[in-house]
Design a protein around this ligand. Structure first.
Ligand code: NAD
Ligand code: MG
Length: 397
């Protein structure tokens, strides 16, 4: 497809799925700093209709959509007199993603983002993918849709964006390994008995990154790195055994690619998502982003360590699910979404999360996934099974 660069004379038309979240707000911050380069087709969110309406008014969006049908009246009244179309519900999310736009940010959290993200891919759009869960739960199908419709997938996740920047796609057979770095999260050095008692508030307080609640908890269990392992497998067509995970607490090296000649290429920067988002917004060119500049002299020391599989069982579960293939990653993701939600609500303890995922993986059948409906059916069954595991998991803790 013809890629129009951000510096061209007509603005790039964009849609943001999940505009009120951490990634969505960072994307809007960049757009507002470079207003002449972009025009906005649609913005979508779930609950925060006041923020959604304010964003839509500021950016002159054509359409604003809340996923929650009960919020339609609130959104409609917040947009009164603006001329911006208001809509609500899952079908309206797909409609928003289907509006003509050159570039779509997929930043809904969880498998809830799958259908609108697929709708954008089916239009042949450039899809900036933050929503790793939709690649984890439907990787093969999503890549097929992207290829069939001439869409372009650009990774926003900082690790995958780093790899994308240093991966030699013309010589992919000369890539030996990819190395995903991981901060290790807030409990990197905590022993398991202390982990059993951590609260949701402690778990969402990430040392380096300011992110939404779900990914922050995933970072604390290191399930985030497990999901990213699966994400990297699909994005870069790398087998599980050639993807390494390396704990790097400073979050300066965002990931690396190792080549057959012994060269290792890395992308570095301060931990600020506006850098990878800007890379995708301007791609294939570059645009300015206001992230704090990297001063390696001041940082002086970068450290590295292998991850601890005993304290962070999520890594083992994700590796096993990726090796199993088929529906296993879909089940892993769905069970994890249920477990993280239950933990955030105070229903289960921190260590119960990987237990719920493991129990669910053992119990749910793994049929072949031939279409999106198959993914949705397995996702639903895994969620029901995981919910049924919540109560016993709590008693055992
Ligand atoms: P967030 O919770 O801050 O925001 C999520 C957005 O999705 C919000 O706009 C919310 O209204 C919307 N949303 C939530 N549930 C929805 C539903 N059921 N239907 C439709 N919309 C819904 O999350 P975030 O931190 O911005 O993360 C978004 C995605 O990007 C996640 O998949 C996450 O893993 C990924 N990601 C985030 C970061 C980060 O720095 N925050 C980094 C890498 C990847
Ligand atoms: Mg990441």
């Amino acid at each position: 497809m013809a890629i129009e660069a951000a510096s061209r004379s007509t603005p790039r038309r964009i849609t943001i799925l999940g505009s009120t979240g951490s990634i969505g707000c960072n994307t809007i911050d960049l757009i507002e700093r470079n207003r002449a380069l972009f025009e906005v087709a649609a913005l979508t969110a779930n609950g925060n209709t006041d923020l959604l309406a304010a964003q839509a008014r500021r950016l002159g969006a054509r359409m604003a959509v809340t996923a929650d049908p009960n919020r339609y009246a609130a959104l409609k009244s917040a947009l009164a007199g603006s001329g911006i179309e208001a809509a609500a519900g899952p079908a309206a999310l797909v409609e928003a993603a289907s509006l003509p736009a050159d570039w779509v940010m997929a930043a809904i959290v969880g498998a809830a983002g799958l259908e609108p993200t697929l709708a954008a891919a089916r239009r042949g759009a450039i899809v900036a993918l933050a929503n790793k869960e939709c690649l984890v739960c439907a990787g093969t199908l999503m890549l097929r849709e992207v290829a069939d419709h001439g869409a372009t997938l650009l990774p926003v996740d900082s690790e995958h964006n780093a790899i994308f920047q240093v991966f030699d796609f013309a010589q992919r057979d000369k890539v030996e390994r990819i190395i995903l770095t991981a901060s290790g999260g807030p409990f990197r050095e905590m022993d398991r008995s202390a982990m059993a008692r951590v609260t949701p508030k402690q778990a969402v307080a990430h040392p380096n990154w300011d992110m939404g609640a779900k990914i922050s908890v995933d970072s604390a269990t290191m399930m985030n790195k497990g999901l990213e392992l699966i994400e990297a497998h699909y994005l870069f067509d790398m087998p599980e055994e050639r993807i390494d995970i390396l704990v790097h607490p400073q979050s300066i090296i965002h990931s690396m690619v190792a080549y057959v000649d012994g060269s290792v290429l890395a992308q570095l920067g301060t931990p600020d998502m506006r850098t990878p988002i800007a890379y995708t917004l301007a791609w294939p060119e570059r645009m300015p982003a206001p992230a704090q500049r990297l001063d390696l002299g001041a940082i002086s020391r970068l450290t590295f360590a292998p991850p601890d599989p005993d304290r962070f069982p999520a890594l083992r579960l994700a590796r096993a699910a990726l090796k199993d293939g088929g529906a296993a990653p879909t089940i892993l993701n769905a069970a994890n979404e249920v477990a993280v939600h239950a933990f955030l609500e105070g229903g289960i303890g921190f260590l119960d999360m990987p237990r719920v995922v493991e129990d669910t993986l053992e119990r749910v059948e793994k049929p072949a996934l031939n279409c999106v409906q198959d993914v949705i059916a397995v996702d639903r069954e895994a969620r029901e099974t995981a919910r049924a595991r919540l109560a016993p998991a709590r008693i055992r803790a």
